[in-house]
Ligand binder design. Structure first.
Ligand code: FAD
Length: 380
C-alpha cells in the first residue's frame, strides 16, 4: 500500500468483533469486506450484554445511529438469599443491552454487498504489500490487511499459533431469556429493573433486563436475562453438559433448543432446590435454556505482519468482567484511530498491538481472579 492511500481490510467473522472492525475502518475511509462462515442470520442466540462505554464510543466513531435506545437501565444491585430475603441493596444504575440489538445496529453500517455470508475462511498467503485470503468455496480475495475476528475457536489464530487453544475454567453458565409479560407478578415485582444476584458456595446466579427480540426497550416488551454459574468438572460431567439432544458433543456451548432433555431436567431440578423464589420463577418461565462452558484464553501477540487478531480470537475474558464485547469494540476503534494517525501502516499496526495486547492481558487476568474467587476455585 502506498503512503497516504486508503486500504482494504479483509475481516474474517461477521459477529460483533467483525462488525466493530468493519464499521470503524469504514469510518476512516477504508474499504472493508466481512466474511462470515454461517450462511444464515446470526440472530438467534443473542443474550444479554452489559452496555459499556467502549461500545457506545465505537458506535459514535462509526457514526451509527440506533433505531432504538441501545439498552435497558437497571437501578439497584440487589443481593438475595435462597429464601428470597434481601441481603443488601446498592443504588448502582447501569445499562444492559442484548447481542441482537448490537448486532442489528452495527450490521446496518455495512452495505450488504460487503458482508459475505456462507464464506468459510480456510487460509491465507501474505506477500510484500498485503494478504490473499482463501475460502472453502475456492474464492481468493486480496486485501492490505487481514483481521481474524473469528471468535474463540478462531481459524486465523489456529494457523498462526497452532499450539495454543482456550482452556476450560472449571465451570459453565446456564442461561435463559424470559419475556417480561411471562414472568409471574410476585417475581417481577421483586426483580423488575434491578440487577439481581444470588451468590452461594460455588455458584452465582444473576439477572438483568435487556431489550426485546425486536430491540424494543418499552415497558412490557423487554426480556429478563438470567445467567447461572455452576461448576462442572472436566471430563464426564462437562461432556454430559455439552452433549446436545442429538448426541453431538459441542465444543463449548449448546444453543437454545438443543440442550439434552436429561441436562435440562437436571438444571430445572437444581433450580427448585437452590434458587430463591423469583429466580426459580425465571427458570420455570424459560422455554429454551442454553449453556456455555467458561473458557480462558490469552494470545502472546495480536499482529503477525499484516494479519491481526481481534476480539475473542485474541482474548477470552471471563464474563464477570462484562468486557468481551467492549474489548472487541476498543480493539476496533483503536485500530482505526492508529491507522488514521500515520501514513506508515506497519508502524500503526505495531503501535496498536502494543497497546491492545497489554489491555487484553489485564482484562483476562482480572477476570480469572474474579471468577475463581466467585466460584471458590484455588488460584494457581
Ligand atoms: C450468535 C452469537 C450469539 C452471541 N450471543 C452473546 C450473548 O448473548 N452475550 C454475550 O456476552 N456474548 C455473546 N456472543 C459472544 C460475543 O459476540 C463475543 O464475546 C464478543 O462480542 C466478541 O465477539 P467476536 O466477534 O470476537 O467473536 P464471536 O462472537 O465468537 O464471532 C466470531 C464469528 O466468526 C465466525 N467464524 C468463525 N470461524 C470462521 C471462519 N473460518 N470463516 C468465517 N467466519 C468464521 C463465527 O461464525 C462467528 O460469527 C455471541 C456470539 C455469537 C456468534
Amino acid at each position: 500500500m502506498d503512503a497516504g492511500k486508503r486500504g482494504c481490510a479483509l475481516i474474517i467473522g461477521g459477529s460483533l468483533g467483525g462488525l466493530f472492525a468493519g464499521s470503524a475502518l469504514q469510518a476512516i475511509g477504508w474499504d472493508v469486506e466481512i466474511f462470515e462462515r454461517s450462511p444464515a442470520t446470526l440472530e438467534s442466540r443473542g443474550g444479554g450484554i452489559v452496555l459499556q462505554g467502549d461500545v457506545v464510543r465505537a458506535m459514535r466513531f462509526a457514526q451509527i445511529v440506533a433505531a432504538h435506545p441501545l439498552g435497558v437501565r437497571s437501578k439497584d444491585r440487589l443481593f438475595l438469599d435462597p429464601q428470597g430475603n434481601e441481603l443488601s441493596r446498592q443504588y448502582m444504575p447501569q445499562t444492559q443491552t442484548s447481542w441482537n440489538t448490537l448486532y442489528n445496529t452495527l450490521k446496518q453500517a455495512i452495505p450488504e454487498e460487503h458482508y459475505h455470508r456462507g464464506a468459510k475462511f480456510i487460509g491465507f498467503d501474505e506477500h510484500a504489500n498485503g494478504v490473499t485470503a482463501r475460502f472453502e468455496d475456492g474464492r481468493l480475495v486480496e486485501g492490505d490487511i487481514l483481521i481474524g475476528a473469528d471468535g474463540g475457536g478462531s481459524t486465523v489464530r489456529g494457523l498462526l499459533l497452532p499450539d495454543l487453544s482456550p482452556s476450560y475454567s472449571g465451570y459453565v453458565v446456564w442461561r435463559g431469556l424470559v419475556d417480561e409479560s411471562k414472568l409471574p407478578k410476585a417475581a417481577r415485582d421483586q426483580i423488575y429493573e434491578h440487577f439481581v444476584f444470588q451468590h452461594d458456595f460455588e455458584s452465582m446466579m444473576l439477572e438483568y433486563m435487556v431489550p426485546g427480540v425486536d430491540g424494543s426497550v418499552q415497558s412490557g416488551h423487554r426480556r429478563f436475562n438470567w445467567l447461572w454459574y455452576l461448576k462442572a468438572s472436566f471430563g464426564t460431567e462437562l461432556d454430559a453438559v455439552l452433549t446436545d439432544r442429538f448426541g453431538v458433543r459441542r465444543s463449548h456451548s449448546v444453543p437454545p433448543g438443543a440442550v439434552a432433555p436429561l441436562q435440562e431436567a437436571w438444571i430445572r431440578q437444581m433450580s427448585e432446590e437452590r434458587l430463591n423464589p423469583a429466580f426459580r420463577a425465571l427458570v420455570d418461565s424459560t422455554d429454551d435454556i442454553f449453556v456455555q462452558a467458561i473458557m480462558d484464553f490469552q494470545v502472546p501477540q495480536m499482529r503477525f505482519g499484516r494479519v491481526l487478531l481481534l476480539g475473542d480470537a485474541a482474548f477470552i475474558p471471563r464474563p464477570h468482567t462484562a468486557g468481551s464485547t467492549a474489548k472487541a469494540a476498543a480493539n476496533a476503534v483503536s485500530l482505526a484511530q492508529t491507522i488514521a494517525s500515520t501514513p506508515d501502516l506497519e508502524h500503526a499496526l505495531r503501535q496498536w498491538e502494543q497497546q491492545q495486547l497489554a489491555e487484553g492481558m489485564h482484562m483476562t487476568d482480572w477476570g480469572i481472579g474474579m471468577g475463581n474467587q466467585i466460584m471458590n476455585i484455588a488460584q494457581h
